[in-house]
Design a protein around this ligand. Sequence first.
Ligand SMILES: C[S@@+](CC[C@H](N)C(=O)[O-])C[C@H]1O[C@@H](n2cnc3c(N)ncnc32)[C@H](O)[C@@H]1O
Length: 218
Amino acid sequence: MADETEAASYASAAALGYLGNIDASFVAQFLRLGLTRGTVLDIGTGPGLIPLKILEQCPTLRFVATDLSDAMLALAQQNADAHPHGAAVQVEKADAKQLPYANASFDAVISNSVLHHLPDPAAYLREIARVVKPDGVVLVRDIRRPAGWLLPWWWRWFGRHYRGQMLQSYQDSLRAAYTKAELARLLAQSPLRACGVFAWRLTHIGIRRGFSRAGRNN
Ligand SMILES: C[S@@+](CC[C@H](N)C(=O)[O-])C[C@H]1O[C@@H](n2cnc3c(N)ncnc32)[C@H](O)[C@@H]1O
């Protein structure tokens, strides 16, 4: 029993370490897009850790961190309250498919690991295009669904950090995620302009637009 408990806590520490590194890579990717001032909208912020990690490196930004889940919003608020840069984060309830913000009201929109949760990804991209300034920064990133024949291998290799419910959620999420070609089609059908689709390592894909005008940093 002691071994089981130890193994479970090791597995969960390993999973948290792995997820922490993935968050850090999102933060680094955002910082490379070059925005240092203004207000950033985070859609589907979950525990709100990504805005706080960005603020640790770029304290001149401000964030509106949004989610639809009351439990996540409470956690995001708790994390902001406990953080030295937390005052720069406003936590608000908002639905990704119908955001309660005016057109062109944000200097940047970020969203990590949300796309595969949404039954209507077109509405999400439409709302991002509407609320970000025309030359604003965009960074949307999510896990990537591999070709069907690769899935069992993918589960075993990239799921090796997870156990139990976490592994099950990872497998469900992978099934719901998009391929790079599917994401490129979604982007082409959306009103987002001057954005590029990228792959990050084998495991993630996304849409980005840099700070310089008209996607010069893509
Ligand atoms: C996997 S979590 C990602 C959390 C965070 N972005 C991160 O990377 O740590 C997905 C989040 O999306 C939120 N979400 C799902 N559907 C949403 C919607 N329609 N509008 C806003 N948030 C949503 C969930 O509540 C959850 O917090």
